[in-house]
Design a protein around this ligand. Sequence first.
Ligand SMILES: [Zn+2]
Length: 227
Amino acid sequence: MTAPRVTPQQAWDALVAGNRRFIDGGPQHPRQDVERRNELTNGQVPDAALFGCSDSRLAAEIIFDAGLGDLFIARNMGHVVAESITASMEYAVANLGVAVIVVLAHDSCGAVAAAIGQMEQEPTAVPIAVQNTLAPILPSVQELWLREHRDTPYVDVSAIDADAVGRVHLAATVNQLLRSSRIISDAVAAGRLGIVGCQYQLSEGRAVAVSAVGHLDITAAEPVAAA
Ligand SMILES: [Zn+2]
């Protein structure tokens, strides 16, 4: 077990500061030069891990204005917890000593939209691998749909708020990550690790923290201009 070098709060605050620079249009592009590359030849010591959707607009090092060796990242379509994801995050926590895991969802997620399509009475045909990958999102679609529509279990895509489904799925993803790993859950319980669920707003470039588990305060570090 590699002990974290910073607190969950410090790791999160650094990400918030980087995202703020990106939002304001003044990124520093830190630690992306030849010196940094050479410095990392013999190892990596990132303080943060990120598990997010594969969407090309969520380029993690760019939106958090981070550099080489700063973020340990795993992404897949719709940020769906799978064994490879759990293993990657466990490695980051146990072997690299990250102090925070950011779970990054976003507005207008194509995977969430596709999952909603799978809940229609006549679902769109998708390849089996896609169908299996989207399956963990379906309970979130169902939960939100049945909150307001008791007359049919089949979703009308024009009558459901896809971004709201995305927020339910984000919370479910954080919970699933905790359930899938004793290493991750124990690190949270010991105060070594925080997990922050973020919803990324495409238009502003803002990663809005919507939930957190562990010893960190996400409200204190919220960018001043948040509105
Ligand atoms: Zn997405």
